[in-house]
Design a protein around this ligand. Structure first.
Ligand SMILES: Cc1cc2nc3c(=O)[nH]c(=O)nc-3n(C[C@H](O)[C@H](O)[C@H](O)COP(=O)(O)O)c2cc1C
Length: 243
């Protein structure tokens, strides 16, 4: 038996505000949880909002159940000095994963900026020698991302009684969907008889040169491994068991 076999990891997981890869990141977190690893979830403000828009935020307690080292920490409730990240300095975590990592978060990390919960996690993990795995969303020539729920105005008939608007549990619908109120439940989709509401439709985005440059710089940082997609996190962790 090798020295790592059977050992459960204490993982800190940073979620930032990217639609791209957020669902895949949650799937990987779920799988690692099922394998018995502990996961503390750290969410940037944008990460919290985007997770809500994709109907994922409410699934977070199924991964981080609130017990010790399985808490959920939100940027929005962490003050300005982010006291919880002191855990990295006292070796509470075996690993920091940031997935998905927005171009904003990647830019901050490579330039040494730590002014959000997740960028602070990265800074403290590196300062304390905790390995960091990062899945940047902007590293290919173009990425396919998914839209949150939106109204196609060319299909909307502006009905006097709009069933989606009347029945939205979050009062997120007017003539458009207020994404800061939308919780991504998707109930509105089938309520519009004209098929004007959809979610998850793909959009193709071009990657800016500055973002691919930053991703390359990220890969050169000491203690950081850059992965192309969330499922590579599983490969990385499973390989570690066979070292
Ligand atoms: C629905 C939605 C999806 C987004 N997807 C991405 C994305 O895939 N990549 C990205 O870099 N930013 C994306 N953004 C923009 C970021 O959320 C925004 O830049 C934010 O300031 C990032 O903050 P953070 O890095 O602290 O999470 C998205 C925003 C929204 C509303």
């Amino acid at each position: 038996m090798n020295k790592n076999e059977g050992r459960k990891l204490r993982i800190a997981w940073g979620i930032t505000g990217a639609g791209h890869f957020i669902k895949d990141s949650y799937s990987v977190m779920r799988q690692l949880k099922e394998e018995g690893h502990s996961i503390t979830t750290f969410m940037s403000r944008a990460g919290e909002e985007v997770a809500r828009m994709y109907g994922l935020f409410d699934k977070t307690p199924g991964i981080s159940d609130g017990s010790y080292l399985n808490e959920i920490y939100l940027d929005s409730s962490q003050g300005f000095s982010f006291p919880k990240i002191g855990r990295f300095n006292v070796g509470r975590y075996d690993l920091l994963v940031v997935s998905p990592a927005t171009s904003n978060t990647v830019a901050k990390i490579v330039h040494g900026i730590a002014d959000t919960l997740v960028t602070n996690c990265a800074a403290q993990a590196m300062k304390s020698g905790t390995p960091v795995l990062i899945v940047p969303v902007d590293c290919e020539n173009s990425v396919i991302s998914e839209m949150p729920y939106t109204i196609d105005r060319s299909k909307c008939r502006s009905c006097e009684t709009c069933e989606p608007r009347e029945n939205c549990p979050n009062e997120a619908i007017t003539d458009q969907i207020d994404l800061l109120k939308c919780q991504g439940c998707g109930a509105c989709v089938s309520l519009c008889e004209f098929g004007a509401i959809s979610g998850g439709s793909p959009v193709s985005l071009k990657i800016r040169k500055v973002d691919s440059r930053n991703t390359k710089l990220l890969a050169e940082m000491e203690g950081v491994s850059v992965l192309r997609e969330p499922k590579e996190i599983l490969d990385k962790i499973h390989n570690w068991y066979h070292q």
